[in-house]
Design a protein around this ligand. Structure first.
Ligand code: HEC
Length: 159
């Protein structure tokens, strides 16, 4: 990085830090306003575990991309595709809103397509484009929902 660019980066970082430290204006709002999915503690655990698996597979795919190992990309993507064993029990799925299921389904079908294209096109740049689409889907859902632990939800808890 050139010295001038370093300076600009430092000023930008400083501005961000100051903005972060400034007290919030106006009346107090709940800190997290995303729609709550009310799940039992063990259900939250299952959903978050699936999330961490998503992230782990994205890391595997990124690593395979650096080696242009299209076979490994196809294998890893398929492990998260719609044909993969669904880890989330039906009782829990029943508590999730329709939109959540649509967004989650979109992630699985993008993994399906990534696996198919890695095999048929074997074009790393195309895989990277699909990775970007995938990450946009991750971000879209994260912007809408949070998980809260409780006994609410459409299905009565069995405890
Ligand atoms: C259909 C909605 C949805 C999609 C799609 C989605 N997530 Fe999530 N994810 C969530 C929710 C809800 C949480 C919990 C957020 C909270 O309570 O703050 C979460 C949490 C996570 C966490 C935190 C896990 C932990 O142990 O705390 C990771 C990592 C994560 N998601 C990765 C991903 C990745 C990577 C993708 C895309 C491949 C993805 N998610 C797609 C809804 C989604």
């Amino acid at each position: 990085m050139k010295a001038r660019h370093k300076h600009i980066a430092a000023v930008a970082l400083g501005a961000l830090l100051i903005a972060g430290a400034a007290p919030a204006a106006g009346p107090a709002k709940p800190a997290d306003q995303r729609a709550p999915l009310v799940l039992l503690d063990e259900e939250r655990h299952i959903v978050l575990e699936e999330m961490r698996n998503f992230l782990a597979v994205l890391q595997t795919i990124t690593d395979a991309l650096t080696r242009e190992d299209m076979k490994e990309i196809a294998r890893a993507a398929r492990s998260m595709g719609s044909g993969a064993a669904n880890e989330i029990p039906p009782k829990t799925v029943a508590k999730l809103p329709e939109e959540f299921k649509v967004l989650a389904g979109g992630v699985h079908t993008t993994f399906d397509l990534m696996a198919l294209d890695a095999e048929s096109l074997a074009d790393p740049k195309h895989t990277l484009t699909q990775m970007n689409e995938l990450l946009q889907k991750c971000n879209a859902c994260h912007g809408i929902y949070q998980i809260k632990v409780g006994k609410g939800g459409a299905v009565k808890a069995v405890r």
